[in-house]
Design a binder for this molecule. Structure first.
Ligand code: ZN
Length: 337
């Protein structure tokens, strides 16, 4: 275990010389260690209707009680420092890419509809790992197109798969062929299991069901497709026992901690993460932000993960980078200690 934080200090070594230099020593400089974000979105802002201009992160506080008669979605709480959304696609892309660069996020799995992902890829180049959303069997990008896009390498991840928002299980026959294709072409799959917005089924996502958060619903799919490289987005929160059992029984499965790190109370994030780590899965937990239209959520997600008190520095490095690099099979030799 190496005692290095994300902020590795690199001393600029003054050249040794027989005669003392009159110049003062260069100050130490900080270099950020690399991060992989396994969960970023490339939806156009019009996808979010009405556009949630502000949202309140809940790092230490309570979740709101709703009064549907008086409040509307995303206006449910007040906070002193709300996150401000981008208001156009170009602003969203620009601000998000700035955040990726600022935090040395060297790769970000970015999902959305094909046209939108293409735009992000063009703007973000190698930092963008192109994912494609799988929302419903009637979606625009059909199987034949997807085969071509994945075979050519243009689409690198199948995900976010949002069957839960459509109200059906991941074993539904309508999506079976998509998973079979991902297995055949060895393309990683990220599936949403867990929380939506509070009150999702009443506002915007009528088919969303909490019941479908159960990670064990993936079991038959995994057995049917043993080579599927699958990660459970949001780590199935809050179905902890089920998540632990899925990870234990199916050692090929990984999870991400996106949105848990900035949108639920901090203590709950910690206790959920602690159990996953103590159950032995620190090598299969991956960082994610779930940035949607609030680019500043990326910094919050990083800070919340960086400041987890019980993680060792090596565990943080694994969560921020190494586990995802292994899962995505990035080039060897990129281990970050
Ligand atoms: Zn999700």
């Amino acid at each position: 275990m190496k005692a290095l934080s994300r902020f590795a200090l690199f001393s600029l070594v003054a050249a040794l010389s027989c005669t003392p230099s009159p110049e003062p020593l260069e100050p130490q400089q900080e270099e950020l260690l690399p991060i992989i974000d396994m969960h970023l979105h490339a939806f156009p802002v019009e996808h979010y209707t009405p556009l949630p201009v502000e949202t309140c992160p809940y790092p230490t506080d309570f979740l709101p009680a709703f009064d549907f008669q008086e409040k509307t979605r995303f206006e449910l709480t007040a906070c002193s420092e709300p996150l401000l959304s981008a208001t156009s696609d170009s602003e969203l892309i620009e601000r998000t890419l700035e955040e990726l660069e600022r935090h040395n996020i060297v790769a970000a799995v970015t999902s959305g509809p094909l046209e939108s992902v293409r735009r992000w890829k063009e703007a973000g180049q190698e930092r963008i790992v192109a994912g494609i959303s799988l929302t419903s069997p009637t979606q625009k990008t059909g199987l034949a197109d997807l085969r071509e896009l994945m075979s050519s390498g243009e689409i690198q991840v199948l995900g976010e798969v949002t069957t839960q928002y459509r109200g059906f299980k991941p074993t539904d026959p309508s999506v079976e062929e998509y998973f079979a294709l991902a297995e055949e072409l060895d393309v990683p799959v990220g599936i949403h299991m867990g929380l939506g917005s509070p009150g999702a089924a009443y506002m915007g996502d009528p088919a969303y069901r909490a019941t479908l958060s159960n990670p064990l619903l993936l079991e038959e799919l995994l057995i049917r497709h043993p080579k599927l490289r699958l990660y459970v987005m949001h780590a199935g929160w809050p179905m902890l026992d089920e998540m632990v059992h899925l990870l234990y029984s199916h050692p090929q499965v990984y999870v991400d901690i996106a949105v848990l790190n900035w949108h639920i109370p901090r203590k709950e994030f910690h206790s959920y993460l602690r159990r996953l780590v103590e159950a032995g899965f620190a090598k299969r937990i991956m960082f994610g932000s779930d940035q949607m239209v609030w680019p500043d959520s990326i910094a919050l997600a990083i800070e919340a993960t960086e400041s987890v008190p019980f993680l060792t520095e090596q565990q943080k490095r694994d969560i921020f980078y190494n586990n995802a690099a292994r899962f995505l099979r990035l080039e060897e030799g990129t281990e970050s200690n």
